[in-house]
Design a protein around this ligand. Structure first.
Ligand code: SF4
Length: 321
């Protein structure tokens, strides 16, 4: 039986004003546009799409690093966009983020020990000895040694730095971790090691992940369910195996066709998308994917397809499905 949703996101919108050059009028950049999904305790929900599709903005909005334009996000029964003061601080402790570039996320002149101790000091956790012991424990949990404590970020490899970033996210014992392209700066072998470590940590520490990435192959490796985003909207959502076996949205099919298939007998053909991802300042009418969609009809340019349930756990926004 499925656990209760830990996070329920409904109708989330994040629009940014943008002045049009040479006029007084301002337009809105719809970075996240009417996104709804559920995140269950202990699962990994993969959010995938090309860069600029709004998936990172979605993560930052849930962390309250930027305020939403509209919508709701209920975290363990509480509306998180209504939190302030102490309740917001408590929420921030339970929810942590892992960013893409480990080098940029660590202060170049701060030792690893001091980077890991800082969140404990900010949240006034433990004595100096407690913090030291906790940091040493955390280094061991992510596969580093005690002698990394006094090293600087540039003295570590890319994989070791990403382990430090993971350790810093986990040191406050969060329940939910938003991972924004956590392995895209790493080479393939190190990617696999970090993904395996993340899976192990999820089991051991009972974590829930929102895993944001542009690479469907990487997302597949770790996710229980996947949401596909295009131009600020969720266009398809399904459990990982179902999405790979039966992709329904033409955009998902194109993304999936680019994932290397280890089965040489597979007849899967590469679907090449024409054109660039359109500007969020001037999105196409109707289905925003229609200028690039090989199956587009006249209706697609005029009418926005709504997300519909096509199987028990499979949702798609496409007129043809
Ligand atoms: Fe393609 Fe039309 Fe479906 Fe959009 S609604 S994905 S344009 S077929």
């Amino acid at each position: 039986m499925r656990s209760l949703p830990m996070l329920k996101v409904s109708g989330l919108r994040k629009y940014y004003p943008s002045k049009q050059q040479g006029t007084w009028r301002s337009k809105q950049v719809k970075a996240v546009d009417d996104v709804s999904f559920l995140l269950y305790e202990g699962e990994t929900y993969g959010l995938v799409g090309e860069s600029g599709c709004g998936k990172s903005t979605l993560g930052r909005t849930l962390l309250r690093l930027t305020e939403p334009t509209e919508g709701s996000a209920v975290y363990q029964g509480e509306e998180l966009f209504a939190l302030s003061g102490k309740s917001l601080q408590a929420y921030r402790k339970q929810l942590q983020m892992v960013f893409q570039d480990p080098f940029a996320s660590l202060h170049p002149r701060k030792t690893i020990g001091s980077a890991l101790t800082e969140p404990l000091i900010i949240h006034r956790i433990g004595t100096q000895e407690d913090r030291y012991a906790r940091v040493l424990d955390m280094l061991q949990i992510v596969g580093l040694q005690a002698d990394h404590y006094n090293r600087l970020p540039h003295e570590l490899s890319g994989g070791q730095r990403q382990r430090v970033v993971l350790a810093r996210a986990l040191i406050l014992e969060p329940k939910l971790v938003i991972c924004d392209e956590p392995v895209s700066a790493l080479d393939v072998i190190i990617q696999a090691q970090i993904l395996n470590l993340m899976k192990q940590l999820q089991q051991d520490l009972k974590l829930t992940y929102l895993f944001i990435a542009h690479d469907l192959g990487v997302v597949r490796h770790i996710s229980d369910r996947i949401g596909v985003m295009y131009l600020g909207k969720l266009v398809e959502e399904a459990p990982t195996d179902e999405l790979f076996a039966n992709p329904l949205h033409p955009y998902t099919r194109a993304l999936l066709s680019a994932v290397p298939n280890p089965d040489p007998s597979s007849k899967r053909e590469r679907v090449l998308l024409e054109g660039d991802i359109p500007s969020l300042l001037n999105p196409p009418t109707g289905c925003s994917f229609h200028p690039r969609c090989p199956l587009a009809t006249e209706r697609c340019g005029n009418e926005l397809p709504l997300k519909r349930q096509v199987a028990a756990t499979h949702y798609v926004a496409c007129h043809l499905v």
